[in-house]
Design a protein around this ligand. Structure first.
Ligand code: ATP
Length: 533
């Protein structure tokens, strides 16, 4: 290329540029060689690059100015005309809001999200298409839920009103090294938080509707934290076989206790609003089952503490009780085997000072329960009896919850632990009575209306179940119960036996006496043969 000729053209070409063009010298500074490029473009293609660049600079300038004004106005409105409410991750609401948000249609599709496996969704899985060609169930991973990501504005409209939620996380060393504390901040326009409160109320109602058939279970963890361990379908009360009168008595007692007017009644009389129950009996007789059925009926979550857990310290226990929601069921599991360390106390020790002679206990567990707490026992657990008593009904103890203590050996419990005020009702669970055996058989083989409705969609394996009319089934249940000795086997053992024949009630009936023989023989020899054969 002849550059000397090109140079000589420079003056003429420059003279053709328009007055609206940016000075070439400025553009030359930004893009080296600009003059030469523009001259070539003008000469050979007739394109005035200067004009294009000027137009682009104008558009860019306007856009930047608009962005600046918009951000300024947005920040100003945000600071002066928006309201917000913050929710911390240790609050029950946090998960509700997160789950609700995941179901909303955002104002504009999010480009950054957080994927979470929705284990709760497992229970909602459909019956269809879960079996392979051979009819065997194929486990599928639960659904994925897409949640708001950190630092991103989640904007949406609810009832025609604009809302924004920002999820953020910061390090919180007070929870332990590396722990993060998450928060959700909900914004709306206006100088009043009422729309957000209404939204939160709406979310709570939504959650309650979702959870009405589920029971959330929390487990105590080290450091005094409640870990949501699972959410399971509520256990219907009729699936727990227990003396109907006893069941009714417990239900009425808890119903009365949970009523809001009862809390006021207690307060007016200076009585701490607490109610404790002791469920005692051999393993596998329904203590846990009844607790879950009660939680389902009253729509309460269950908070389980295993005092055997070596990770739980006395200081954790106080924090755990402090963090309980207003109304819930607290289950202290196997309080007998907890190895509560009984500190060396003088004869006039703490328990002796307490009034252990009050009334209110419905049943006497065992005379031994009045045993002397003054004697020294080898500490085997982290929790001392006095610490436990303190969280149950100390001066600063939590109120409003239903406390259920379960034990296999009530006679080994300290009198102080089960004195009235701490335990207000004792419920004994026994080895299976004839009626319980009959009920267990009926429960196992009665086809529920839901099963009936979907039975035609079940696969080959399911269709092997024999449908028997209710009168015949009742008769079979009687005959089954007649073959089992009373007060010898636990409901759990009988359930285990029936479960192995759950599609074949006739086989369960035919093989019952042989199984009973085996079980009795095994028990005599000290072997454990639960539901065997
Ligand atoms: N009274 C009962 N009514 C209905 N089901 C029962 C009953 N007792 C036991 N079961 C069945 O046996 C199994 C174990 O019962 P559960 O866990 O309630 O016993 P538990 O008394 O709490 O035992 P543990 O003392 O070992 O904790 C459950 O699957 C439950 O369905």
């Amino acid at each position: 290329m002849d550059f000397s000729r090109l140079q000589s053209l420079q003056y003429d070409l420059n003279s053709t540029s328009t007055t609206t063009n940016l000075p070439s010298t400025i553009l030359e500074l930004v893009v080296p060689g600009y003059s030469t490029i523009s001259q070539v473009a003008l000469r050979f293609f007739g394109i005035d690059i200067g004009l294009l660049v000027t137009g682009w600079a104008l558009v860019f300038g306007c856009r930047t100015a608009w962005r600046y004004i918009y951000d300024f106005a947005h920040d100003w409105i945000q600071n002066n005309y928006t309201s917000s409410i913050e929710i911390d991750d240790d609050d029950d609401l946090f998960n509700c809001v997160k789950a609700w948000l995941a179901e909303q249609t955002p104002k504009k599709p999010a480009r950054k999200m957080k994927a979470v496996t929705d284990y709760d969704d497992n229970n909602k899985q459909k019956d269809d298409n879960v079996h392979d060609e051979q009819g065997y169930y194929k486990y599928e991973l639960p659904n994925t839920r897409y949640e708001a990501s950190y630092g991103i504005d989640n904007e949406f409209y609810h009832n025609g009103r604009y809302f924004k939620v920002i999820r953020s996380s910061i390090r919180d060393e007070s929870r332990g090294t590396g722990f993060l504390k998450e928060t959700l901040e909900i914004y709306c326009y206006g100088q009043n938080t009422q729309p957000i409160k209404d939204l939160v109320y709406h979310i709570k109602q939504w959650k309650m509707k979702q959870d009405s058939s589920m029971t959330s279970v929390f487990r105590a963890g080290s450091g005094g934290y409640w870990n949501r361990s699972t959410s399971r379908p509520s256990r219907p009360m009729q699936t727990v076989s227990l003396d109907p009168e006893k069941k009714e008595e417990i239900l009425e007692d808890i119903n009365e206790y949970l009523h809001p007017s009862t809390a006021r009644w207690y307060a007016a009389r200076g009585i701490p609003h607490r109610r404790g129950y002791l469920f005692y009996g051999p393993p596998g007789t329904g203590k846990t089952s009844l607790s879950f059925a009660l939680a389902g009926i009253f729509g309460l979550s269950i908070y389980c503490i295993s005092l055997n857990d070596k990770d739980i310290k006395e200081s954790d226990l106080c924090i755990l009780f402090d963090d309980l929601p207003d109304r819930c069921i607290v289950m202290l599991e196997d309080v007998d085997s907890a190895g509560l360390k009984r500190e060396e106390e003088p004869a006039s020790g703490e328990a002796a000072k307490k009034d252990d002679s009050g009334s209110g206990s419905d049943e006497d567990v065992n005379k031994d329960t009045t045993k002397d707490t003054s004697k020294t026992e080898t500490p085997t657990g982290n929790i001392s009896l006095s610490a436990l008593l303190n969280v149950i009904d100390g001066a600063a103890a939590h109120e409003g919850h239903v406390l259920i203590m379960t034990t296999n050996t009530p006679e080994s419990l300290d009198a102080a632990l089960i004195r009235p005020g701490r335990v207000d009702m004792q419920v004994g669970f026994t080895l299976a009575t004839r009626e319980q055996v009959r009920q267990t058989y009926m429960r196992m083989y009665t086809i529920t209306p839901e099963e009936q409705a979907t039975s035609n969609r079940f696969s080959k394996i399911r269709s092997q179940a024999k449908v028997i009319d209710s009168e015949t089934l009742k008769d079979m249940a009687e005959r089954f119960a007649a073959q089992l000795p009373e007060d010898t086997l636990t409901p759990a053992e009988i359930q285990g036996y029936l479960l192995r024949r759950k599609k074949d009630p006739q086989r369960a009936l035919d093989e019952a006496s042989k199984w009973v023989e085996e079980m009795l023989e095994a028990k005599k020899n000290g072997k454990k043969l639960v539901g065997a054969s």
